[in-house]
Design a protein around this ligand. Structure first.
Ligand SMILES: *[C@@H]1O[C@H](CO)[C@@H](O)[C@H](O)[C@H]1NC(C)=O
Ligand SMILES: *[C@@H]1O[C@H](CO)[C@@H](O)[C@H](O)[C@H]1NC(C)=O
Ligand SMILES: [Zn+2]
Length: 368
């Protein structure tokens, strides 16, 4: 988690580049995708979705995303030859500037009162290219500070709970996604035998490590790493959570995109012991989220509504005794995908905030 060493002058240079309106100038990234093209295909049935998946595999498409097993009407985005749009403008760029300078350590919020206080952990940006995540963490901190006095719910939350917030979990990867490769996902660690860099920081946890839904190959986007907690970012957070697991009641991790609120298990199809409490928290949270702009989220166990993946932070948190472990997949369902435009940052953060507050208030009540 070393500092990216990104100076103000470099940011300014970057802003100047992004200020030029021609889309060609958005190719600040290396040429990993030079000459690529975005093909958007919307399968109507499960069968079509399956066929498209196979096609994407055969043609070695760089990134092929489906919305999960039940998402027949969801978009399937295939990245092929020749170019994609660049909806981010310099205004949105100014956000991470301040973020990067403060993201080396978790932010700690909450009124100091009793010696023993329960806590909520929030992290954003485990995956580099999912930019809406770090934007949300920043939004959460801003909202907490600005509405503490005026909003009784926020006051109650901060009086009764501590919040640990890690605005950018994967700092090096996030930085790389700004400078070189907009679609970078992993960390930036080196491999001794391969030239490919990086480990999937959400496959690197010690919970059925590198089982189904993770790869042993260092060049894959879901590479689990040479051993569990090989990544310093994962090791540091795991250590932090292990030390405080007795008082951390909820673990919330922010990803994009799919519009889903996921809970364990990720690595297997099975019901968690505390299913009813967790399920009702998720159910209410997505209703609360929907009340803002009518955006619909699916909710349920990650393995059944998204896909099976092992070594995830959410499963790890749950297995280590944090009873409410959730992963949000924020907007959208694939129209913009990782390139969610600037105009959608605020509404996305606003509605997500309602869900987070709802889950938090749920924690303050007894659940049987
Ligand atoms: C979850 O279940 C365990 C035992 O099965 C129990 O001790 C714990 O209090 C439960 N937590 C919640 C939030 O229901
Ligand atoms: C949480 O959301 C549910 C469903 O919208 C709502 O009934 C409940 O009042 C909300 N709770 C809080 C504390 O916001
Ligand atoms: Zn992610």
């Amino acid at each position: 988690m070393k500092s990216p060493g990104w100076t103000a002058a470099q940011w300014l240079l970057c802003l100047l580049f992004w200020g030029i309106p021609e889309p060609e100038h958005c190719y600040l990234y290396n040429n990993r995708y030079a000459g690529d093209k975005v093909i958007r295909l919307v399968p109507e049935t499960e069968g079509e979705a399956h066929v498209l998946k196979n096609i994407c595999h055969q043609f070695k498409v760089s990134s092929c995303t489906t919305g999960g097993p039940m998402a027949a009407q969801q978009h399937l985005l295939c990245l092929g030859r020749n170019g994609y749009r660049c909806p981010y403008s310099p205004k949105w760029l100014s956000n991470p500037v301040s973020l990067l300078t403060t993201s080396q350590h978790p932010v700690h919020l909450g009124r100091r009162s009793r010696a023993y206080k329960r806590a909520v952990w929030i992290d954003c940006g485990i995956h580099a290219r999912e930019w809406i995540g770090p934007a949300f963490c920043q939004w959460f901190v801003k909202e907490a500070l600005q509405t503490y006095r005026s909003d009784p719910a926020m006051r109650k939350m901060l009086n009764h709970l501590y919040f640990y917030i890690m605005p950018v979990f994967n700092v090096d990867g996030y930085h790389f996604s700004w400078t070189n490769d907009r679609f970078w996902r992993k960390t930036r660690s080196r491999n001794s035998r391969f030239r490919c860099r990086g480990v999937d920081a959400n496959r690197n946890w010690k919970v059925n490590w590198c089982d189904e839904g993770a790869s042993f190959h260092p060049c894959d986007d879901t590479y689990c790493g040479p051993f569990p907690e090989s990544e310093p970012e994962v090791k540091a957070v795991a250590h932090f959570l292990r030390k405080r697991r007795k008082h951390i009641r909820a673990y919330l991790s922010f990803h994009a995109y799919a519009q889903m609120l996921l809970y364990p298990y990720s690595y297997k199809y099975a019901k968690i012991p505390n299913f009813s409490c967790v399920e009702s928290a998720a159910y209410n949270a997505v209703i609360a989220l929907h009340s803002a702009y009518g955006v619909r989220y699916q909710h349920g166990p990650a393995s059944s509504i998204l896909y099976v993946s092992s070594g995830s932070s959410m499963d790890w948190a749950y297995k280590n005794g944090i009873p409410y472990a959730f992963a949000f997949e924020l907007r959208d369902t694939g129209h913009f995908g990782f390139l969610l435009p600037e105009s959608l940052i605020k509404p996305t953060c606003t509605e997500t905030m309602l869900a987070v507050k709802n889950i938090t208030m749920h924690l303050l009540k007894k659940c049987h």
